[in-house]
Design a protein around this ligand. Structure first.
Ligand SMILES: [Zn+2]
Length: 256
């Protein structure tokens, strides 16, 4: 498994480079395929030798070779994150169709999280495409079924809509957005209804911890909304990699 894990890391770095393009262009409704990458500041086309994931960022000291404008930390972060998560997925599910299926979800979660962080919006078309892929490809995933995928998606969307409405009834404010319901529908399609609950549980934990840290770091900005999409993504990833083990551990701890 050492060779597939290493190869998937390198492949993941390059896929991460493409995900960066998606994060930058999808909110602007631009094609992610054409034209090739260029500097957002001066428009200069990026040379292949300046487009090596992670490494180029450090060789260029985080600046455009042509105009010297700073390159966002987002680029190497997304590349490294994609490399690590691609490796984690292939190491867990092997060189299999399941790996490919879960990687689609992982890549969707990365793109949607960074877009949500930057723009506070969740692109509807992206989520719809991911949802359709999750439903249609579920036929080919061992120990999973189209029925489970459809139920998972409906359950995921339903749970978030229920939270949105309940929160609104009691506070008159909108807590989560409908984009969050879309993200959870995608998670439900790929992972099924049980992991939707687990995702929600982890997302709340990670969200609460982050909220507390943010309040401690910059008091007074408590009213500033925090996008919830990245927390759903973090929760879904934890459920994907550790879900079954954690459920067993929890039930074991209860003596069940
Ligand atoms: Zn430039």
């Amino acid at each position: 498994m050492i060779l597939p894990c290493f190869l998937s890391f390198v492949l993941g770095l390059f896929i991460g480079s493409f995900l960066n393009v998606c994060i930058y262009r999808i909110p602007k409704e631009k094609s992610v395929i054409w034209p090739p990458s260029h500097c957002p500041a001066c428009g200069e086309r990026i040379k292949p030798y300046d487009n090596i994931p992670v490494l180029s960022y450090f060789f260029l000291k985080g600046k455009c070779r042509n105009c010297g404008e700073r390159i966002s930390w987002q680029y190497p972060t997304v590349e490294l994150l994609t490399g690590i998560l691609t490796t984690a997925t292939v190491c867990k599910f092997g060189v299999s169709f399941s790996s490919l299926y879960y990687l689609l979800l992982v890549y969707y979660l990365i793109v949607v999280s960074f877009i949500d962080l930057k723009t506070m919006e969740v692109p509807v078309r992206l989520s719809y495409g991911a949802l359709l892929s999750g439903l249609l490809l579920s036929f080919f995933v061992p120990n999973y079924s189209f029925k489970e995928a459809v139920f998972g998606a409906s359950f995921g969307a339903g749970v978030i809509l229920f939270i949105i409405e309940t929160y609104y009834v009691f506070t008159g404010k909108e807590g989560m957005g409908y984009g969050d319901a879309n993200i959870m529908a995608v998670v439900g399609a790929f992972l099924g209804w049980k992991k939707v609950l687990l995702t929600l549980f982890f997302a709340s934990l990670v969200g609460a911890a982050t909220g507390i840290i943010l309040i401690l770091l910059r008091r007074g900005e408590r009213e500033k909304p925090i996008p919830f999409g990245p927390f759903i993504a973090a929760g879904a990833l934890l459920s994907l990699y550790f879900g079954v083990r954690l459920i067993n551990w929890y039930l074991g701890g209860l003596g069940l």
